[in-house]
Design a protein. Structure first.
Length: 172
């Protein structure tokens, strides 16, 4: 069995372009990147199928080695359905984003960045190793350490309440 080099190169180019487009901030480019990856996956499954053979439903005496493996065909159909469903969902998200913001670019959310850095600091907390069970003192130390870090972050980043807001930060 020989695999076409053109098909392999085409599949590699589709994967590379798809991953590059998935990393962009434009939602339309993310959609196109996902579609390219879906097509590259279908091409990969086509390459995996090998040479063409007979259908598994044949009358008469046929050597089973002459049959085509139906598994890559089933996987290809499944990949097509999944790509269609996810691309329809992404198109709905793009449409909704366009209707709300009149732009296609995603912005960096400061709260997400703050949560990510807070979680990184929580994992750096040294835990007490004296507990011998999973739910012993070790678990309570981890929870207490997280509460201390949350209290420090909330005090440092919470703006002072002004006259227009109550203690919860709601305008009233």
């Amino acid at each position: 069995m020989s695999v076409s080099i053109v098909m392999l190169v085409g599949m590699a180019v589709l994967y590379a372009c798809g991953v590059y487009l998935l990393l962009e901030k434009s939602m339309t480019r993310v959609l196109v990147g996902f579609l390219l990856i879906g097509n590259a996956t279908n091409l990969l499954l086509l390459i995996m199928a090998g040479e063409a053979g007979l259908a598994p439903i044949v009358d008469g005496d046929v050597d089973p080695a002459d049959f085509t493996d139906p598994l890559p065909q089933i996987l290809s159909l499944t990949a097509i359905v999944i790509t269609f469903a996810v691309s329809a969902f992404l198109m709905a998200l793009i449409y909704r984003s366009w209707r709300l913001e009149q732009e296609d670019d995603l912005e960096v959310d400061e709260e997400d960045v703050a949560i990510g850095t807070r979680q990184a600091r929580v994992t750096e907390v040294v835990l007490d190793e004296s507990g011998d069970t999973e739910f012993g003192t070790r678990a309570t130390t981890a929870i207490a350490g997280a509460a201390v870090l949350d209290a420090e972050d909330d005090d440092a980043t919470r703006p002072a309440p002004d006259d227009a807001t109550d203690a919860e930060g709601r305008r009233g």
